[in-house]
Design a protein around this ligand. Sequence first.
Ligand code: ADP
Length: 678
Amino acid sequence: MLAAEKEGRIRSVAALYYEQSDTALAASTLTQTVQSVGTGSAVSALKAEALDIQERFSDIKGVTVLGADSQPIASTFVEDQVVSPVSAREIERLKSGSPTMSIIKLPNGSLGVVASRPVSVDNTFVGTVQFVYSADALLAAMNNVEGLGQSGEYYLLHRADDGTMVVLTPLRNDPSAPLTQRFTVSDPRRPSTQALENRQATFTNLIDYRNQPVLVATRYLDDLDWGLVVKQDRSEALQAVRSLRDLIIIFGVILTIVVFILSFELTRLIVRPLNRITEATKRYARGDFAQRVTVESSDELGGLALSVNHMATELQSLYTTMEQRIRENTATLEAAQEIAHVGSWRWNPTKRFMEWSPELFRILGLDLLKRPTYRQYLERVHPDDREVFEKMVQRARTSGKPMSGIHRIIRRDDGSTRVLEIRGERLAGSSSRNARLLGTARDITEQYELQQRQREFVSIASHELRTPITALMGYLAMMKNGAPAERLPQFTDRAFDAALRLSKLIEDLLNVARLEEGRTTLSYELIKPSKLVTEVVRDLRPSFAARKTKLTYKDALKESDRIRVDSLKLRQVLSNILDNANKYTPNGGKVTVETFRSGRHVAFRVTDTGIGIHKDNLRRIYDKFFREYTSLSVKAGGTGLGLFITKELIERMSGQLAIESEQDVGTTVTILFPRRQA
Ligand code: ADP
């Protein structure tokens, strides 16, 4: 920058010198005179004219005129004091029509500037006019070292004919330098060389003529063919940089401290309270409302903390209410599920997530688990039903249609088999690849069994009814179609028997239906058991007599012993038991009826010496329509409903029934009723 400025300065000083020479040249006839140099009188004319110019222009110290061969022809200087040599490089420039400028030592020892102007006629170079000035203006410009500190300096140089670099201006440390200091051009990288080679360069680490490390910048002034060098001692130049660096460090330290203090204050005033508020809101989001934010100031932050606290209080009460409601609703739902034996489940097969309601665990006989699995459910499904079950689930997963089915499970705890009705549906919005299902499982064992029994009952009842009807119709048809007269009484008897069986069956069926539907009404009274038994035995004696079976009644009850029953129904019960004893005892057998006290009860016991019941069938004799098929039982006939009705009636009247039997030995039927007093 300094080099560029100095370059401009020198150019303008040079321009001033040139301007004056132009003026002087224009004011004289020197140009024409130079043309006629060939004629002998011209030399003295030249000299006179030069002297004239020198006198008219006070700044001009002397004028010299050179011929086409650049040798002096005339000069205002005394002969041996002509000091305006022209170098070969200058001659070149002059011949091509460019003015040149050089520095010389004046006769008084001071420095002078020589501005040489070429003179041409018809484009032919005929000579040069040299104007010599004092170099003061140039030196003043050069000596101004403002901005270069203690050690900085400028100097100009040019290339001499012998190729050396000649310093043109005084050096700060060497006033005798002009025209005496020379550098040989041994190192082309020297700044002087660079300057004269027309290069703008900067050097940061060079040793100068004083053996000092220096910083250097160069410029080339092409119109003057001068090099300009600016240099300063490295130590001084870097001193500024160093001080700047120190300044930056100090400034940096101060800035850091200030920033630290500011950020500390900022943290204390804003960040920390904000953090506290953020932490609190995070806790609230998790449902933890225990703590409130401390309000430390009354500014915006304090206001924010207050509203956050207010929000927390509101949320907390809302949360508590919601929680309470959810708890109540869950409890209601669970209770309802327990009452209805309905469990519910949620299942996301992709995420392997399964959730069961507590009732579902109870239904399956499992302990409550946090993470039940589909496999655990499948393990409980009855092996025979598994395949169908899995297909149903698969269909619901893929098709999205609701699923519904009945399957058996084997409970884990007691190993019992239960029947479940399962229903489920894929949740809206879930695809077959990412199915989420929701459903219920209901324990319908009792209803299922009842349904089964009813279905069975209807099928057996219709079958049982058909048998006597077919017989009845058969005999009637034969009679109608003219059966032989002698067989008519037999046919009539059989038709009557069939009608009787039919009537008995219908009677029993009606009884069963009434009992099962709970339509049987009982009218209780306090009765004397012995009296009732005596009457029943008396009524049945003829049918026992017909089979030659001995019927005995032994009464061990006290006179005051009573029971509270429906006497008609108890009569029906005892008749049925005695009828069975008679039916299933071969002719000539023995049937004993006993009544006695048994603890707090009154006992009725009927013992026969009949065919007995096979032990495998003992459990089943109370089942509707169950009959043991022996030759005797087939002959005896029956509906298989008697004992079912008997047991039901006894239990309705708070009594108990027990049957013991041994095949081919006999059967003992015992009934107990709570004993009362008259
Ligand atoms: P049924 O009308 O066939 O007598 P019940 O319900 O009264 O029907 O009896 C059921 C079955 O129990 C009978 O078919 C018979 O096989 C058997 N049974 C009942 N009582 C006796 C008994 N005293 N001795 C032998 N078997 C009996």
